[in-house]
Design a protein around this ligand. Sequence first.
Ligand code: PLP
Length: 360
Amino acid sequence: MKRAYNFAAGPATLPTSVLETAQAELLDYHNTGMSIMEMSHRGKIFDAVYKDSIERLKRQAGVPERFDILYMTGGASTQFALVPMNFSQAGRTAGYADTGAWSKKAIEQATLQKVKVHNVASSADRNHSYIPARLDFNADLDYAHLTSNNTIFGTQWQTLPDPGKTKLVIDMSSDFLSRPIDWQHVGMVYAGTQKNAGPSGLTVVVIDREYYAREHEDTPTMFRYSTFAENESMFNTPPTFQIYLFGLILKWLEEQGGLTGIAKHNAAKAKLVYDVIDEYPDFYIGHAERESRSLMNITWNFKNKDHESAFLKGSQERNMDGLKGHRSVGGMRASVYNAMPLAGCEALAQYMRDFVKANA
Ligand SMILES: Cc1ncc(COP(=O)(O)O)c(C=O)c1O
């Protein structure tokens, strides 16, 4: 069997051991004679899988008591709409930091619902290559929205800011469970699992219970967070197989030393690649400014644009995949989420060095 080093931005590489466990249990889950994906979500066996994953997430991420954990669907894109729908209303104000394409999409959904958008900060002036240091939370805000990691541009908030009188609502799609979470100023966190935490199809929401009181009478049942909270995320049929896989990922994370352990590992991996970019500034141009660099998505261009296609072709020959950058940055993007092994980053760094020697 050949496993490629998959640098795709998501869906992304998963730990081989997790896939092996899922494979071994696929036809007969714990001597039940059935696959977990064939079982009722209301049965005892799935209930245990569900509860175990919730407990593990609470423990691993140190989720404070004031939060509920909800399992939803529709991805972060649905959360872009549900957050203003449930936490604000037409004519009221919410803060948004515009740090890239995904932040913009979140802003669009608030605007569509006639929520006034207060610009907390923007990095649009330099093609979103940095995380702004000057933030303006100076308004009566229903919440302040951030994208903790900008998947397309390769920038990441290094720490979470204090938003003053309001709380942060954070799209953690591309760095969820990659490092410890400072919950102090957080009102809600949401993330699709398809980058760091499993396959696509499951959205994890960690929400402060105080928000349920803001819901409107006319909000449809399935669009309210309280519906999910009151029904253990089973008002309708949840994505059972994805929840099972999310639980396996949480077990695997424990083996990696939890969020502290994985954060160290992620920093070491990203450093291998950034070091090469820094070593050859006349050849590679990193997109993100140093102090805003993402440990999840590493973006760079070539001084000579003609190198792009040759680099990609050579990467395929070395069993690497998914390196082509997003069109708004160009060049390359290496997504090095939790499950990317150190050996994958070593192989990429070596290839980048060899490529300079062959083409400089
Ligand atoms: C930061 C961020 N937010 C939101 C999304 C959209 O997520 P989904 O496809 O789960 O709706 C993505 C997808 O790549 C992302 O990286």
